[in-house]
Design a protein around this ligand. Sequence first.
Ligand SMILES: Cc1ncc(COP(=O)(O)O)c(C=O)c1O
Length: 295
Amino acid sequence: MRLDPEDAWGYVTTGGTEGNMYGLYMARELHPNGVVYFSQDTHYSILKIMQVLNMRNIMIKSLGNGEIDYEDLHETIRINRDVPVIIMANIGTTMKGAVDDLVKVREILQDLVITRSYIHSDAALSGMILPFVSDPQPFGFDAGADSLAVSGHKLIGSPIPCGVVLTRKEYVARIARSVEVVGVMDTTIPGSRNAWTPLLLWYALERYGEEGFRELVSGMLAVAEYAEERFNDSGLPAWRNPNSVTVIFPRPPQDVMTKWQLAPHRDIAHLITMPHVTRDMVDELVDDCLAAVQV
Ligand SMILES: Cc1ncc(COP(=O)(O)O)c(C=O)c1O
């Protein structure tokens, strides 16, 4: 995640939601009166986290491809320049796999001379894709993130939900409290934690290694490209964001949605070419969509 291990601190969470909650909790402890900005395309759990943490927040419009609308972000921060800015950046949105451009976000902060800011990257899925492609969008600590959450049950494929949250060591010292009864510093959201999930993640990382993940990701992207082409060749407009395994296509009738357990949003549906998705499955799905449209 492009953070010097010497400066890094993190732990294995119960999943994306806890990782995002931890990052935003950290942001609140560093900037108690900060306002959190996130796009319309952000995962629904973020609004819940805002309620739990009781943080002031403003939802920003999204662009058509699912990225945050940079003009709306600029204008909204401009009228709230007196308070710290906390950006909840999507590194792969749930529905469209869009990656918010951290370079543009930082340019906005510089342009408005914002001196107190914090960026949390929600990299639930793409956090395990972008490190393994040749031309990744900026996503990690080198791009300005102060914390980052990645899911363990998405691309890594842990059969028990889990995730990893990472941040800078220096920040954690700000929230650590000494707890006599357990004899350690309290730095995590839960007290007792699952001991199996770190083993499962360790096992997967050892088994695949960096090269193995590179191959896995490259195969997933190739199937995504195939799916995009197959839909378009069949006259069903499909598209996807750069480096994304999420292919968006017109929402098919309910029987196709049910058969394939597709996730809808208004008039679109998506498929995500996780490692088990084959070209044959894509062919069958496209044929089903086409047949349903023709009926
Ligand atoms: C982008 C994104 N963030 C957060 C979450 C929440 O993750 P979890 O269900 O692991 O808590 C999801 C889940 O799909 C997601 O897609």
